[in-house]
Write a protein that binds this ligand. Structure first.
Ligand SMILES: Cc1cc2nc3c(=O)[nH]c(=O)nc-3n(C[C@H](O)[C@H](O)[C@H](O)COP(=O)(O)O)c2cc1C
Length: 382
């Protein structure tokens, strides 16, 4: 048994015996169970002319024949009490764009149903519109389980709709990506970063789906993810286009990257092994790369670029990750930016490391950053 396993089982026995660490255990247990990814539902009913509904992830199918489901609700909560009174409930399985609905139905909002479109199902329970599926049930059993009531429901009706589920993992809402989706995302990202599609180029869902032999829904999911990364933007008609970094953001990113590189130089010049310096020297001729490199792109598997290797000399993974996010600006992100690269700067940085001369390294880092800054300024003036 490893240390983590031991600490949780100790706390659990304390908790079971009502020991002093019971509160801590509840938090530990919640964190452990947060590792189990689930979908998100709204469990609902209507009682005395009032609609009740709560966000619930503790929902699952129980039996196929007869069709049954179960949902667990906190005892004494308004929706739980209403379902015990009415003996029926509806389940709306939420779609990936319904995170706000999940938040609202878990909040203290005084009239949750006023915030959504809904309709009443065949047995009179409210069902959220645009959900991924609706299930209507009659309670066949309500079992007490710790703090919750487990409602076993005999399914009256069940309808599915197309779309993707809202996912819930470790306290966060997210999307569900199947393997293919990751490949589609990687391929579109490579088109933008490696093939260098210029900002503003249209990205048609239908054409991309055809080119990549992918489901349109996978292309759409990839475009949304790339949108969150500011690689893709929306045009005025609502279509997708290749996004462009604005000049202010690009300059801020360059300045932040330069500050990290200088800090790393201050920590490492004169202290790193010769083998690390030679590792850096081997990358001198390579162009600066965007990170992360797209899966399947021409650079995939090539290892770190010069700058990444430089920052890695500090041996600080957190710093390296922040740097990688910033360094996406260095390559493929704007017209004419690649010409800014100059191997002479890389060579001077290596020479400075070999001599243990911090001033040489810092002035080469500054030169390199200045070139990049000027390239961005010129490209935005064009
Ligand atoms: C993602 C998520 C999942 C949840 N799952 C459950 C659940 O399975 N059972 C439960 O009792 N509460 C769950 N909750 C909490 C309830 O939604 C919340 O307590 C709600 O306010 C209860 O509403 P009510 O008091 O009107 O019944 C969840 C909350 C969130 C955000």
């Amino acid at each position: 048994m490893n240390a983590m396993t031991e600490s949780l089982s100790d706390s659990l026995s304390d908790s079971l015996s009502g020991g002093p660490r019971a509160r801590l255990v509840a938090n530990d247990f919640r964190r452990v169970m947060g590792q189990f990814a689930s979908g998100v539902t709204i469990v609902s009913t209507r009682d005395g002319g009032r609609d009740f509904g709560a966000t619930a992830s503790a929902f699952t199918s129980l039996s196929l024949d007869p069709p049954m489901v179960l949902a667990c609700l906190f005892r004494g909560a308004a929706t739980e009490e209403a379902i015990r009174r009415t003996g029926r409930f509806g389940i709306s399985i939420l779609r990936d764009d319904q995170g706000a609905v999940a938040e609202c139905f878990a909040s203290r909002h005084p009239n949750r149903f006023a915030t959504v479109d809904f309709r009443y199902g065949e047995i009179g329970v409210p069902l959220i519109e645009n959900a991924l599926a609706h299930v209507e049930c009659r309670v066949s059993e309500a079992v007490k389980g710790g703090t919750h009531t487990v409602f076993l429901g005999s399914v009256h009706s069940a309808v599915r709709y197309d779309g993707r589920p809202l996912a819930y993992f470790a306290g966060n809402f997210g999307h569900f990506l199947v393997g293919d989706d990751a490949a589609v995302y990687g391929a579109i990202r490579a088109m933008i970063l490696v093939d260098g599609l210029p900002p503003g180029s249209p990205l048609s869902v239908r054409d991309l789906a055809e080119t990549l032999s992918a489901e349109p829904s996978a292309v759409l999911a990839a475009l949304k993810r790339l949108g969150a990364e500011k690689r893709v933007a929306r045009d005025p008609e609502g279509g997708y286009v290749v996004g462009g970094l604005d000049l202010r953001t690009a300059l801020d990113m360059i300045s932040a990257s330069r500050t990290i590189e200088v800090g790393v130089a201050e920590l490492t010049v004169g202290w790193v092994d010769d083998s690390d310096v030679e590792g850096l020297a081997r990358l001198v001729g390579r162009p600066c790369q965007a990170y992360p490199r797209p899966a399947g792109g021409p650079d995939a598997g090539d290892g770190p670029d010069f700058h990444e290797r430089l920052v890695a000399l500090a041996g600080n993974a957190r710093l390296l990750n922040h740097y990688r996010e910033l360094s996406t600006v260095a390559a493929g992100a704007g017209p004419g930016i690649e010409e800014a690269h100059d191997d002479g700067d890389h060579a001077a940085i290596v020479a400075g490391y070999r001599e243990g001369n911090l001033a040489t390294v810092i002035s080469a880092i500054d030169r390199h950053a200045r070139r990049l800054r000027e390239a961005w300024q010129q490209s935005s003036a064009r």
